[in-house]
Design a protein around this ligand. Structure first.
Ligand code: SF4
Length: 456
């Protein structure tokens, strides 16, 4: 918002939204990392701009800024409000940044960590934040910038005059079709280049209907409702990206952009009807992927789908079932083989170190990742992560019930790998939940990446 004062005009910065760093870049070397658009922040910043406020985004993750560098940039801009997206793995880093921010700047925190943690957690943590936004932030940020009293803003925690954390009533879910097309001009990195083409990211849904036990993204974990945008709204944004940004590829960033095979096929029909010719990357859960025929997959390729990502999780059928992934091994191999035959790249995600897992269980998972890699060749990229308890997930709840404190569960480890595609850091836990200690699991992951020896 530009304010006039005397004969000249000066600009008041209303809002700086920080794409918070996933790692503490003051402690580690800065490696090349893969770029991902902070789509959620773009929506929030665009809503603030459309309401007449001066809003910008500081992409601290992409620039790999250290906490002191981020605080210095914010302090020099001196906004009325500094907002941070916060994940459970990086909330302690965000906490350190906020402690370095000038006291006159109001601090607002949003993101999954806030949405999935109870109010009591914020009594002792993130003390510099005055407001914590649970769930959708688009209308909440406008209320905050208009300086509505926090007690009248739904869907937040705020600190009252005594410093106590108070929760307001949950906010109603926003209809995604009412949101504006995000203003990508706020990000100098957009569009980004991949495989010699101009890419941008979009979001067409929020939430996930599945209930995988380790995952905090499930609607059941965070008390949200699964929502999708209408075909008209999605088509309007695609045409906007083509005509205004000349994009040649679009990544759909959502956990569950299509809730089933039928919705994916509807989307392919739409691409055909609208004569949209782009490259596409998207997540499509194995639960649905295994139901696609070879003809469906060949049609995906013909309509531009160049990469799909999906979670496999474990080499043990029993563990897959417990975690909520029901694919049989032969179905997995069939999916990976057909994708490779159609020249669609696939990223398969695995987790080792689940509570109670033995070293043999984990070796089964690593062995499955290797065998799928052998079948898919350069078209299948396995990604192995270390289990960490995520707030709100069913495993978080059972570990709490088993006597672990929240502080223990949040004791994450940021360990360094010798080799991965891009970023050589990985998040895990310092605590022992499997039958072997965390450092053994970290070494298994490191050995796996070193042995497959891939570069992107
Ligand atoms: S792991 Fe994926 S499919 Fe399972 S609940 Fe989370 S987002 Fe949904």
């Amino acid at each position: 918002m530009t304010r006039v004062c005397g004969p000249g005009a000066f600009k008041i910065v209303d809002l700086v939204l920080v794409n918070s760093p996933i790692h503490d870049y003051s402690r580690y070397p800065r490696y090349e990392s893969s770029y991902s658009t902070p789509v959620g922040l773009l929506y929030v910043a665009t809503s603030a701009r459309n309401a007449g406020f001066d809003a910008s985004i500081l992409d601290a993750e992409h620039r790999q800024l250290a906490p002191a560098e981020i605080a210095a940039e914010i302090n020099s801009m001196s906004p009325r409000v500094a907002g941070f997206n916060t994940f459970s793995i990086n909330f302690a880093i965000v906490e350190r940044i906020t402690e370095l921010i000038d006291p006159h700047i109001r601090i607002v925190i949003g993101g999954p960590h806030v949405s999935n943690m109870p109010a009591g957690h914020f009594g002792a943590r993130l003390r510099r934040a005055q407001i914590m936004v649970r769930g959708d932030g688009e209308s909440t940020i406008v209320d905050i910038l208009r300086e509505r009293h926090p007690s009248t803003i739904p869907g937040i925690y705020f600190r009252d005059a005594l410093g106590m954390t108070v929760a307001t009533a949950p906010a109603a879910d926003i209809s995604l079709d009412e949101l504006p097309i995000p203003d990508r001009t706020m990000l100098p990195t957009e569009p980004y280049w991949r495989d010699g083409r101009r890419w941008m990211d979009i979001s067409i849904s929020r939430g996930c209907v599945f209930t995988c036990k380790f995952c905090a993204g499930s609607c059941r974990s965070n008390g949200t409702t699964y929502r999708r945008r209408s075909a008209e709204s999605v088509v309007a944004e695609i045409h906007h990206l083509i005509s205004n940004h000349q994009v040649q590829g679009i990544q759909i960033v959502d956990d569950l952009p299509f809730n089933g095979r039928a919705q994916l096929l509807d989307f392919l029909d739409l691409l055909e009807k609208e004569r949209i010719s782009l490259s596409w990357e998207l997540n499509f859960p194995l639960q649905f992927l295994r139901k696609l025929s070879a003809v469906d997959i060949a049609r995906m390729k013909a309509l531009g789908v160049s990469r799909v990502s999906f979670g496999i999780e474990s080499g043990s059928l029993q563990t897959r079932r417990v975690m909520g992934k029901f694919a049989k091994e032969e179905e997995l191999f069939q999916v990976v083989r057909t994708l490779a035959e159609c020249e669609i790249s696939a990223k398969g995600y695995f987790v080792i170190g689940f509570p109670g897992e033995s070293q043999l269980d984990m070796e089964l998972t690593i062995d499955l990742a290797r065998r799928l890699h052998a079948v898919g060749g350069s078209f299948f990229r396995p990604r192995i992560f270390m289990f960490k308890p995520m707030p709100g997930s069913a495993l978080w709840q059972s570990l709490l019930a088993a006597g672990h404190s929240m502080d223990e569960l949040l004791d994450y480890a940021d360990f360094e790998l010798e080799r991965t595609y891009y970023n050589k850091h990985a998040w895990g836990t310092n605590r022992k939940y499997a039958l072997v200690p965390p450092n053994v699991i970290q070494e298994m992951i490191n050995d796996f990446y070193t042995s497959i020896g891939e570069q992107d």
